[in-house]
Design a protein around this ligand. Structure first.
Ligand code: UD1
Ligand code: CA
Length: 458
């Protein structure tokens, strides 16, 4: 349950230079979802309101995340993490929240539990609570400084860290997660300076300033909490993605999903796979896909935003997007279902068949080499190999309607708009430009002529 008195601020304005990509860093993806998706999901699980500070590529970020629309704050110039929080501060105060969580937009593996733990420390009276970890290689992370009594005295960014001045490097570093008392930290927040090597206003300086101002500062130390750190480079992003993937696969196995070659199975965080479903890797199940009990997905499939009902089979090499496969149906191998494809109960869509905004009724079959676009096919109809719905006249799309039990002979072109009635039969090789009434034979092809061979002797 989100806490009513808590607001979260996600810092997501930075460019992400180390990613070597034109895309804003928070729009880099893991398992098909943007980094910002993960951070926002964790934040909104615990905080009643979420603000997102955007800057670099802000139009793209805002467009990609309409669900965060009422909480965007623009940081026109990226002058550092402390400056980013200053820019959001008016809205933090307006919200009336007593506590403010701060999250880095590039740390996608943060969990609501991590945040709850930090908020617990704040509830016990800390004005500034933050999470730290001890890493074997502290790398570019901010170093946590402690006094002789073990109490925190500050954070020094890696660039500015000097053992001669700051003492021995203990390897304890800042994860970038803070929980702040809104009333207590305000004065310190607006006393930040940019007197450091990067010339930026660092949120991390809040810790030293807070200690000087007599605030209660508490650093919660977590051993080896790799998941909490930012993904700044392609390598760090890949490492985070592979930890996330392994975690999801492990929980699917624990819940009772059958997985073969599970090391090569990718399931996105929004996908739901029911216990008793069976997947064979390599395959990718992404977006808001649901796969029901008893359904089988074979190797080399990519399924995005689809509904796969009980006991159906998606055979090897299928590509499915925003499609529905009803129970008992079989798709593939090599089927391509585009948005709006709807394969009815016990229907069959076979190899090299493409469907777009098209439905196959219960028990209908399109087994080979077919394009069904803007079409409806009735129950039990049979679509022969090489059938094409010619749905586009160069300007507009038109519909093809095929009635229940109809039989479309191979290599038929159905020039839409056109209707083939229930129980009708279309001769192979036809170009159908006019409706075919129910229970009639439609045939539209050049008549074969067998002519004698002239000038050639057998
Ligand atoms: C930051 C911390 C560091 C910590 C590390 C953990 C600071 C100064 N340093 O370093 O102590 O160990 O995270 O991963 O906070 N951002 C803005 N506006 C800006 C600058 C940055 O919104 O003006 C955003 C970025 O988009 C990013 C986040 O703040 O999502 C953190 O910035 P980044 O540059 O990645 O900080 P680090 O160097 O990783
Ligand atoms: Ca970072």
């Amino acid at each position: 349950m989100p806490h009513a008195n808590t607001i979260a601020v996600i810092l997501a304005a930075g460019k992400g230079t180390r990613m070597h990509s034109d895309k804003p860093k928070v729009l880099q993806t893991l398992l098909g979802e943007n980094m910002l998706f993960y951070v926002a999901a964790a934040a909104s699980a615990v905080a009643a309101k979420v603000l997102t500070v955007v800057g670099h590529g802000q139009e793209l970020v805002q467009k990609a995340h309409p669900e965060l629309a009422d909480g965007f704050v623009l940081q026109t110039e990226q002058k550092g993490t402390g400056h980013a929080l200053q820019v959001a501060w008016d809205k933090v105060r307006e919200s009336g929240a007593t506590h403010c969580l701060v999250l880095n937009g590039d740390a996608p593996l943060v969990t609501p539990e991590d945040l709850e733990e930090l908020m617990g420390t704040a509830r016990e009276g800390a004005d500034i609570a933050f999470l730290t970890s001890v890493l074997p290689d502290a790398g570019a992370f901010g170093r946590v400084l402690r006094g002789a009594d073990g109490n925190v005295t500050g954070i020094v960014e890696a660039k500015d860290f000097d053992p001669a001045v700051h003492g021995e490097d203990t390897g304890e570093v800042n994860t970038g997660l803070f929980c702040l008392s809104v009333a207590a930290v305000e004065a310190s927040l607006f006393s930040l300076t940019s007197a450091n090597r990067a010339g930026e206003y660092y949120i991390t300086d809040l810790v030293g300033l807070g200690v000087e101002a007599g605030l209660k500062v508490h650093a919660l130390k977590r051993e080896g909490a790799l998941d909490l750190f930012g993904s700044n480079s392609p390598l760090e992003l890949a490492q985070a993605e592979s930890r996330l993937r392994a975690g999801i696969v492990e929980s699917l196995l624990a819940s009772g999903v059958l997985l073969h070659q599970h090391e090569t199975i990718v399931v996105g965080p929004r996908a739901r796979v029911a216990p008793g479903a069976e997947l064979t890797g390599p395959c990718r199940i992404l977006g808001a896909t649901t796969i029901a009990r008893g359904a089988k997905v074979e190797a080399f499939c990519q399924i995005t935003d689809c509904t796969i009902d009980a006991d159906c089979e998606v055979r090897e090499f299928c590509h499915l997007e925003s499609a529905h496969v009803a129970s008992g149906a079989v798709a593939g191998p090599y089927a391509r279902l585009r948005p709006g494809a709807d394969v009815g109960e016990n229907a069959r869509v076979g190899n090299f068949v493409e469907m777009k905004k098209a439905s196959l009724g219960p028990g209908a079959k399109a087994s080979h080499l077919t394009y069904l676009g803007d079409a409806s096919v009735g129950a039990g109809a049979n679509i022969g190999a090489g059938t094409i719905t010619c749905n586009y006249d160069g300007t507009h799309k038109h519909k093809t309607s095929i009635g229940a039990g109809a039989f479309i002979g191979s290599n038929t072109a159905l020039v839409a708009p056109v209707t083939v009635g229930a129980g009708a039969l279309v001769g192979a090789g036809s170009v159908i430009t006019k409706d075919v009434p129910e229970k009639t034979l439609g045939i539209g092809r050049a008549r074969q002529a067998n002519l004698p061979l002239r000038g050639k002797k057998p």
